[in-house]
Ligand binder design. Structure first.
Ligand code: ZN
Length: 490
């Protein structure tokens, strides 16, 4: 067992060293170093892969005698990791890397020139390789199961499709009701929000939520993310728009939510593959919970609005709390996913989930995509993109070969509401605590029910144990109906 642990710790070190290089690439690395950095990361990652798939690792897994439950989980999860890492032939991995490298460049050009036909042949190659990849990984019902399983282990396409169709039936009419109600303007979140003041305010709040800066830090990057190099070093990045409050502040809360998850993993799992988020859905549930269910709530702003006024006197000096709260929660169907509000966001995801399944099953072809995209946007959100750059070309994911990834965003939203409802049941005065700026009980609840386990529990198991039910749309629908019913008067 100790030999196995030593080996896994070396693999983990190599992966984390690669992650530090990647973090540096997005934050401080000079542009001209891209090529050498790509090579360095690939070297470390291939070493880690070789060590994991080496016969010695399999021998250690066979002969190890687990002495604790953690040991048992370590052997069980590592076996799965090895199996996954050896299932896909090296030549397919290499072909996928080449195809996504080319396709990413083609996507960038196609998006910039609004010309889908420049990207289409590359996307066709990606789809073909993805199907080959799914076949290599194996599945029980549909190839899409294998793709989803890479990001949300244990969840099946059929299960997610059921939950999403339940969600859509309720959400499409809700969006129509809101669109017909007197609109809420978001003017209060636009104005003069100086960079330094936003930076300081975001960090102050993130610290009070429970993100530990002794074991973390925040830097600027073009696309915000969080990354962990160990349980004791979990970092976040953000971007700041000095004329718009939302991206910087809510981005910081979002990434701090991801980071608090990894900071909360049991230290006994440090240096093992168990010290990681258990799925993208659970990870996103943690970021969304702090960003939306806490950060966009009325009790939260009852506490923080006076501070925000002091931090941004020019923009907020003559605004009242309620106007600000409404501004931060304005809903309006829009074309771009990353700019979408809390209510319409899930529809953007479900659209992509359906299209991905249709592409993989052959129901539609890449050529059909722009029309299919626009038709569904019009059906569900009541708006139609006037260009493909605002439609099918807006996201980078497909160009990188990440098919099966999108649904985890909406799964995370649903999980966030489900977990929050359970937390509220066990902390009845949670709103009062939030209004007092006291988040310790909520963080402790999340540590106890979600964070500490790392990968020891699957996402399904975490939900079941923490909330008493499997993934469902109910809590999230209840939450948006109540919150936005109050805001929009229905
Ligand atoms: Zn996220």
């Amino acid at each position: 067992m100790q030999d196995l642990r030593d080996r896994l710790s070396r693999i983990t070190d190599l992966s984390h060293a690669a992650a530090i290089l990647e973090w540096d690439q997005e934050t401080y690395m000079p542009e001209g170093a891209e090529e050498s950095r790509a090579r360095q990361v690939a070297t470390l990652r291939s070493f880690a892969h070789e060590l994991l798939t080496d016969d010695d690792t399999s021998r250690l897994l066979e002969s190890a005698t687990p002495e604790s439950e953690v040991d048992q989980d370590l052997v069980r999860i590592t076996r799965k990791d090895v199996e996954k890492a050896t299932k896909v032939p090296a030549d397919l991995i290499a072909r996928m890397a080449v195809a996504s490298g080319r396709s990413k460049g083609a996507w960038q050009k196609a998006r910039a020139t609004n010309n889908f036909s420049k990207f289409a042949p590359h996307l066709s190659t990606i789809v073909d390789l993805t199907i080959e990849h799914a076949e290599a990984l194996g599945y029980s019902e549909s190839p899409y199961d294998a793709l989803l399983d890479q990001y949300e282990e244990g969840m099946t396409t059929a299960q997610v499709a059921r939950v999403f169709s339940d969600l859509r039936e309720q959400l499409v009419p809700l969006v129509k009701t809101i669109a017909a109600a007197p609109p809420i303007t978001d003017t209060a979140v636009h104005g003069n929000f100086p960079h330094e003041a936003q930076w300081a305010f975001g960090i102050e709040v993130a610290k009070q939520l429970g993100y530990n800066f002794h074991h973390g830090r925040q830097d600027v990057s073009a696309h915000p993310f969080s990354t962990a190099f160990s349980i004791t070093d979990v970092r976040i990045t953000t971007r700041v728009d000095p004329q718009f409050f939302n991206p910087g502040f809510f981005g910081t809360l979002h990434e701090a939510g991801h980071a608090m998850y990894e900071q909360g993993i049991d230290m006994a799992l440090e240096g093992t593959p168990l010290a990681d988020g258990t799925s993208l859905g659970i990870h996103e549930s943690q970021s969304r919970l702090w960003e939306n269910l806490i950060g966009r709530s009325r009790p939260f702003w009852q506490h923080y609005f006076p501070r925000a006024q002091k931090a941004f006197p020019e923009a907020l000096g003559r605004v009242d709390m309620e106007t600000f709260y409404r501004s931060a929660n304005a809903v309006a169907p829009s074309l771009i996913r990353v700019e979408a509000d809390e209510v319409t966001y899930n529809l953007h995801i479900m659209l992509r989930f359906e299209l991905e399944q249709d592409l993989i099953s052959g129901k539609i072809t890449v050529e059909d995509l722009p029309r299919e995209w626009n038709d569904r946007m019009e059906d569900w959100l009541g708006i139609r993109p006037s260009s493909d750059s605002e439609g099918v070309l807006q996201d980078i994911h497909w160009s990188l070969g990440a098919i099966g990834y999108f649904p985890t965003y909406a799964i995370g939203n649903l999980m966030s509401a489900q977990l929050f409802a359970a937390a509220k049941r066990s902390i009845p005065d949670l709103d009062v605590k939030t209004a007092n700026g006291d988040f310790s009980d909520l963080l402790l609840w999340l540590r106890t029910n979600v964070h500490q386990y790392g990968r020891r529990k699957s996402s399904g198991q975490i939900l079941q144990d923490a909330t008493g039910s499997p993934l469902s749309a109910d809590s999230w629908m209840e939450y948006v109906n109540s919150k936005f019913g109050d805001l929009y008067g229905f």
